[in-house]
Structures are given as structure tokens and as C-alpha cells.
Ligand binder design. Structure first.
Ligand code: PLP
Length: 421
């Protein structure tokens, strides 16, 4: 397959840059090549120049059921005829809430929101209110959204603002520990009595897709219990993707609160805060959580249709099988072309980069990887019809089957050949 040319996308991008800073509506997209898509269907994206792409970016994760999954699209279209948002309760809310809580198994109550970013903030606020303490612990390299108290980068071992204009003092509301290091967490919890919560991505999907080492999440749970600290799982990526009950089910560790998003609504913008009644009931008055678009009709319809599909036709074994075969193919092809690609993670979400093949266990390991080099290679992949995130995460959906595997393998082979030239 020859390298793709995109005259129409180039024209659209030039116009977009005159309308929109950087030509994009989320800074995360600045690193991707400027391709304009017309539509997505299943595991495929179609651009304005007539090219197709096997999609392993999945909109940064939400399209776990593939693009435009028919039962979700039909349910949303049907229910939207009733209206969109009432600023009041409606009949789909209970059904969506029941399905979600029943799928999780451990949580008593749920509040729907729109984005992971704001729902993480609701969880932190709730933990502060419940404990009367002010600070929280997070892991280096974790992503909990783009707001001032959680967006950071590490400079000389210190947590620093990652954006101009960010208020640096907001980062002083948290202590940062390495992921997979229960001893470091123990030390911080021992030294400080002002900690309300520990927030953790159970798999560090935003940092090299790092799974928890055996016993780590159990130890985090135990340490939080010992100190009366609220344990928050940020399951925005892992939720409904690693298992119906997310990482909590997959690793057998139950948090006090958890935040969901992405995979729970077939591509629709929905997030959820779920947790123990003793905490969640504080939202009945004392603790404010609000949002004009929370639990809108399309959102609830999308949750009901998506969770019904995930429960009636669980895609998990197929996703794992596709992911395993794909990881294996990438490894073999890279070796054949003599390109030092390294892969780690779970089959449903894994990380590809250049660099040292040693498995990394926390954010410090990222320094050993050539992330910038990989970001360039992601453009080569796009030029050969494979759409991936420049930061190295690959997501597999329920819509990826044998045809996609065959197409992806051929296209990755061509991209590696062109890289190796
Ligand atoms: N938490 C995690 C683990 C995420 O990966 C993300 C987004 O990628 C967020 C929170 C923020 O979610 P959103 O982009 O919906 O605000």
C-alpha cells in the first residue's frame, strides 16, 4: 500500500487553523496528523480523501463497541424524539442507574456526569467532605483530567504544572507517589494526617499502560482502610473495558468510589461516579455536584443500550484474543524489520513505543522510552491506513475481527518497511 495523500484534509486543516487554535478542539489532538474524517463504522475510519483506516485509537477509548454501534445509535435516535435535557428527572435514569450498579456489583449508588475530568473532581470533593481532610494522593504519570489540581508533569522528581496558566499552588493539594510502590504510599500516609483520598488508575493506561504488580492494589486498599482514607479508582479507561465490572472486577479489589467514562456509553459523552452509599448520600445535599447535561436523555439511552449489549453479548474474550494476536504480530513484524518497537500492557489496551524492552512499572520508566520517535512513527502508520494515538496507547474494540487483524498486519508491515528505509 502506498503512502496516503490527503489534499482535502489539508484544505480543511488550513481553514480550521483560521477558525480554531491549532485547528483542533482538544490539545491532545495536536500531536496527531491533520486528517479530517467523514465517518466511522465498526473498527474503521473514513477520511475526506477516500482513505480508510483500521482504528486503534477509538476516539481515545470511548468506541469500545466500535464506531456507531447499531443498537446504541438506534436507541439514542429513538429516545431523543422525547427531547434531550429537562433539568429534571426522566424515566430512563433509573434503568441506566440500575444497569450500571448491577454491572459493577460493589457500588450502592451512582451519579451521572459528562466528562471524566469533572467527575474525578466530584470524587475528590466527596472524599474531602466525608473525611474533613484536605489533601489527596495521586500517582506520578497518572491522568485525572486537565484541571489545575491534577494536571502535572514531573521535573527533577517534583510535580510541576503541565500547562501555562495553571495555578501551581493547586498541585500542593496532593502528594505524588510512584505507581506500584505500596511502601511509598505507606510512608506518605504515615507522615501526613491531612489525606482524604488516594486516587489511582488501577492500570496506568496514560503512562505506558502499566498493570498493577500482584498485590499492589490489595495493599493500597489495606493502607487506605488502616488510615480511614477514601480509595478512589479512576476507571475512566479501565471501566467496562477490562471486564464488565472494570478493573475492580478484573483485579478483585473494591474501591470506595470509582469514576467511569469512555467505554460505558458506546461513544457518547457520559461519565459516572459510583460508590458506597455512606459516601454517595452526601451528594443528597451537603456536597455539591451539578451539571446541566448530566443524565441527559441521549446519555441514558446510550448507557442502557451499551451496558445491555456488554451484558448480553460480552465482547471481552474476543477483544483479548484480537489484542493478543495484534501484540504478537507487531512484535514479530518489528523484529523482522529490525525496528526496536517495544510493547507492554493488556490486550484490550496496550502501549507501543521505541526503546528499552524492559517492562516499566511506574512513570520513571517512561524516561527510558523514545516517545517522540514513536509519535513520528504513529504518523507513518496513519500514512499506511492505521490510526493510533501518538502517545503510544492502542485500544481494541469489540468490532475488531479477523479482517481488521489481516488489514492491520499488512499495513503495519508496510509502515515498518518505510520506517526502516
Ligand atoms: N481519567 C482518566 C484515567 C483518563 O484517561 C481521562 C481521559 O483520558 C480522564 C480521567 C479525563 O476524562 P475526560 O477526557 O472525559 O475529561
Amino acid at each position: 500500500m502506498s503512502t496516503l495523500t490527503r489534499a482535502r484534509s489539508a484544505e480543511l486543516f488550513e481553514r480550521a487553523c483560521s477558525l480554531t487554535p491549532g485547528g483542533v478542539h482538544s490539545n491532545v489532538r495536536l500531536a496527531s496528523p491533520p486528517v479530517f474524517f467523514e465517518r466511522g463504522s465498526g473498527a474503521w475510519l473514513y477520511d475526506t480523501d477516500g482513505h480508510d483506516y483500521v482504528d486503534y485509537l477509538l476516539g481515545q477509548g470511548p468506541n469500545f463497541l466500535g464506531h456507531a454501534p447499531p443498537s446504541v445509535t438506534e436507541a439514542v435516535a429513538r429516545e431523543m424524539r422525547r427531547g434531550s435535557v429537562f433539568g429534571a428527572q426522566h424515566v430512563l435514569e433509573n434503568q441506566a442507574g440500575e444497569l450500571l450498579l448491577d454491572s459493577l456489583g460493589w457500588a450502592d449508588k451512582v451519579r451521572f456526569g459528562v466528562t471524566g475530568t469533572e467527575t474525578d473532581q466530584a470524587a475528590l470533593r466527596l472524599a474531602r467532605a466525608a473525611t474533613g481532610r484536605t489533601k489527596f494522593v495521586r500517582c506520578g504519570g497518572a491522568y485525572h483530567g486537565w484541571l489545575d489540581n491534577v494536571l502535572s508533569t514531573t521535573v527533577d522528581g517534583q510535580s510541576e504544572p503541565a500547562s501555562a496558566g495553571q495555578l501551581p499552588h493547586h498541585l500542593q493539594d496532593s502528594y505524588v507517589v510512584p505507581f506500584n510502590d505500596a511502601a511509598a504510599l505507606d510512608t506518605v500516609l504515615t507522615e501526613h494526617d491531612d489525606i482524604a483520598a488516594v486516587i489511582v488508575e488501577p492500570v496506568m493506561c496514560n503512562t505506558g499502560v502499566i498493570p498493577p504488580v500482584p498485590g499492589y492494589l490489595e495493599n493500597v486498599r489495606r493502607l487506605c482502610d488502616q488510615r480511614g482514607v477514601v480509595l478512589i479508582f479512576d476507571e475512566v479507561i479501565t471501566g467496562f473495558r477490562l471486564a464488565l465490572g472494570g478493573a475492580a472486577e478484573r483485579f478483585g479489589v473494591t474501591p470506595d468510589l470509582a469514576v467511569y467514562g469512555k467505554a460505558m456509553a458506546g461513544g457518547w459523552p457520559v461519565a459516572a461516579l459510583a460508590g458506597k452509599a455512606s459516601l454517595m448520600d452526601m451528594l443528597a445535599g451537603a456536597v455539591t455536584h451539578a451539571g446541566t447535561f448530566n443524565s441527559s436523555i441521549p446519555a441514558c439511552a446510550a448507557v442502557i443500550a451499551s451496558l445491555s449489549l456488554l451484558r448480553e453479548h460480552p465482547p471481552y474474550a474476543g477483544v483479548e484474543a484480537h489484542g493478543s494476536k495484534l501484540m504478537e504480530s507487531i512484535e514479530k513484524l518489528a523484529a523482522r524489520h529490525g525496528v526496536p518497537l517495544r510493547i507492554q500492557g493488556l490486550p484490550a489496551a496496550f502501549h507501543v513505543s521505541f526503546g528499552d524492552s524492559e517492562v516499566i512499572h511506574d512513570h520513571t520508566g517512561l524516561a527510558k522510552l523514545d516517545l517522540a520517535g514513536y509519535a513520528e512513527f504513529a504518523k507513518t502508520l496513519a500514512n499506511h491506513g492505521v490510526w493510533v494515538a501518538p502517545r503510544g496507547v492502542w485500544y481494541v474494540s469489540a468490532a475488531h475481527g479477523d479482517d481488521e487483524l489481516r488489514a492491520a498486519t499488512e499495513r503495519i508491515d508496510a509502515a515498518l518497511a518505510s520506517h526502516a528505509e
